[in-house]
Design a protein. Structure first.
Length: 329
């Protein structure tokens, strides 16, 4: 597995990181499906161990993945995996309870301690603010950042991160948060990393970057033969393309074209979809969900960036354009 320097953290991590959102299992919060069906604790633990064996040493989780269940699974691995060899990231912010707004300082302090306990560690390598909803005029931003900086000074966390589904929001708040690492949503169809200004900020500030949902929740793999309804609690039920026969057929065509172009590559589609994102991010890595051992084994063969010409071709196949998607804003 190729290693990348995660920006000014100075830490070299695997170019493919292990995402564990799905390890929280199916979940519904406030009537909204936010989890993943099909989770099995034993299989997930085996996948984590296989990830380590494959050289995938950057693991990413969050306090809300199964309300801490994902963190607990990871914390139970240290008899099989050396804790000191894992670059461990978690997050806070998605759940405001019991407060009326996100990022109440007392909740952040409580969740830092809870995460340390669940993960069975005395220090978290990277601690993200999970999103950029800091209230009207960003009124809760300063308090949230102050808590993380105090925790960093106390040695409870090493680095501060900032995440969001919107690259525009991350780019807006990054100068205020001054994170060592950012984690934006990005894939070959939804890609405003450059047009939002976030890429420029990352490059100019020597920040690390970790891209999430690079497979668009599995849609871009082109493996769905027919519309799919997932069990209750699976967030994919909220994504229209999973129920759209025409969209699924087009993605199967994309898959076939990529497999022809990269026929010599094992797991050609995974290679292409992750390689596009790594091509313009020298301090970046790509998160992939790993729920089964086979996912970790497949991920172990990835991590190489595509050339500019190859990346343009892949974008053309999926979007009809060789340029990244530009923000409407």
């Amino acid at each position: 597995m190729r290693k990348v320097r995660l920006g000014k953290t100075g830490v070299h991590v695997s170019a493919i990181a292990c995402g564990t959102w799905a390890h929280g299992g199916p979940r519904t919060v406030g009537g909204m499906e936010v989890g993943w069906a099909g989770h099995d604790d034993k299989l997930a633990i085996d996948a984590l161990a296989a990830a380590y064996d494959s050289g995938i040493t950057h693991w990413d989780t969050a306090d809300v993945y199964g309300d801490g269940h994902s963190e607990q699974l990871i914390g139970g691995l240290w008899d099989r995996v050396p804790r000191e060899e894992i670059f461990l990231a978690t997050k806070v912010g998605w759940d405001p309870s019991p407060y009326e707004h996100f990022y109440h300082p007392e909740l952040i302090e409580e969740r830092i301690e809870r995460s340390l306990g669940y993960l069975k560690t005395d220090r978290i390598d990277l601690f993200y603010l999970h999103h950029c909803d800091f209230g009207p005029q960003g009124r809760y931003l300063d308090g949230a950042v102050e808590v993380l900086r105090r925790a960093r000074d106390a040695g409870k966390i090493r680095f501060i991160g900032l995440s969001d589904w919107s690259s525009e929001k991350v780019a807006r708040y990054a100068p205020l948060v001054e994170p060592e690492v950012v984690q934006p949503y990005r894939n070959v169809i939804d890609d405003t990393y450059a047009s939002s200004g976030l890429k420029s900020w990352v490059d100019e500030n020597d920040a690390g970057v970790a891209f999430f949902s690079s497979l668009r929740h599995g849609l871009l793999l082109g493996k769905y033969e027919q519309p799919t309804q997932f069990p209750t609690g699976d967030h994919r039920n909220r994504i229209p393309e999973f129920g759209d026969s025409a969209a699924l057929a087009r993605l199967r065509d994309c898959r076939a074209a990529v497999e022809r172009r990269f026929a010599r590559r094992r797991d050609a589609v995974l290679h292409a979809l992750t390689g596009v994102l790594l091509g313009d991010a020298p301090s970046g890595c790509v998160l992939l969900g790993m729920r089964r051992r086979r996912h970790a084994v497949a991920a172990a063969g990835l991590g190489e960036p595509l050339s500019a010409e190859e990346a343009a071709w892949v974008r053309q196949i999926y979007t009809g354009s060789s340029e990244p998607v530009r923000s409407a804003g």
